[in-house]
Design a protein around this ligand. Structure first.
Ligand code: GUN
Length: 282
């Protein structure tokens, strides 16, 4: 068996086209959805991510602003800035690129963003709303994975989803989202004993551990759906957490890295920003 490869890009393009039309319709009602991205310091990978977010925002017609702050920006300065953005009626989405420098508390920053403008879905109020199965802003990568699975007509109800990785950004929230879809969810992490025992049980395997080649074809069972969320650089090349070539021979569906989940993350950020504008003006 050789798996069908699920590419994120064509789906992202399709969704962004729909969003472009939606943004035009909002403009007619004098609503101009606006995303503000804040970056502290000059980490090249973070800088490249935020530039990508800005480009994508502009392409669908969103107003977008990038605020670049020096690495020695104080926590109080950042909190005051967020307070101003919270009060600004023209701003609908606020995203502070993580990680922030060590002298700044990422949790304090996340909690200072108005939950109605928290397009990352990281605020404890939005995390809690997701936990209790309410409509809210979902974190962009988990949400992108959910949309990808749905669009590929992969059913979730009663399926055993095994997640490797328990980060607040991906592992934990994707489990919650899929539990809300009636999947049976197992979380694995660095302390899990006999990881292969668990990965072999998966109908759907989501790997978000940040370790290249953590999972290979030998670790999965025939017909498993494999979603690779890893973003690693090995010898200058972007690679996921799954050994694609061996896993592809066993899986039924598999996402590549790059071009798999990645394009969906930014797409869901655009979606959340449009939703924020609709809710604020609705
Ligand atoms: N850093 C890496 N991914 C993300 C993300 O989705 N949101 C924010 N704010 N920072 C990130």
């Amino acid at each position: 068996m050789s798996a069908e490869v699920i590419y994120g890009k064509p789906l992202a393009e399709e969704l962004r086209q729909e969003m472009k039309e939606e943004v035009s319709a909002l403009h007619e009602k004098k609503i101009h959805p606006k995303l503000v991205v804040v970056i502290i310091g000059e980490d090249p990978a973070s800088m490249s991510y935020v530039k990508g977010k800005q480009r994508a925002s502009e392409k669908v017609g969103l107003d977008s602003e990038l605020i670049e702050l020096p690495v020695d920006t104080s926590e109080q300065y950042l909190l005051d800035l967020i307070d101003r953005l919270n009060q600004d009626d023209e701003v609908h989405g606020i995203l502070v690129q993580l990680p922030v420098p060590e002298h700044i508390s990422d949790q304090k920053i996340i909690e200072s963003i108005d939950p109605r403008k928290d397009v990352d879905g990281f605020h404890p109020m939005n995390a809690g709303r997701m936990l209790t199965g309410q409509d809210t802003f979902y974190p962009c990568t988990p949400y992108g994975i959910l949309v990808m699975l749905k669009r590929a007509s992969i059913s979730l109800e009663g399926k055993h989803v095994v997640i490797v990785g328990r980060s607040n950004l991906v592992g934990k929230p994707v489990g919650q989202l899929l539990l809300n879809e009636n999947a049976t969810v197992t979380h694995c992490h660095s302390r899990t004993k006999d990881l292969r025992h668990h990965t072999k049980q998966a109908d759907i395997l989501i790997v978000a551990a940040g370790r290249p080649s953590l999972v290979s074809g030998e670790d999965i069972s025939e017909g498993t759906v494999v979603i690779d969320v890893g973003v690693n650089r090995v010898d200058g090349k972007l690679t996921g957490d799954v050994d694609f070539d061996s896993a592809k021979e066993v899986a039924s569906y598999i996402t590549p890295v790059p071009k798999g989940v990645g394009p969906m993350t930014i797409t869901m950020l655009l979606h959340n920003t449009i939703e924020a504008a609709k809710r604020i003006h609705g």
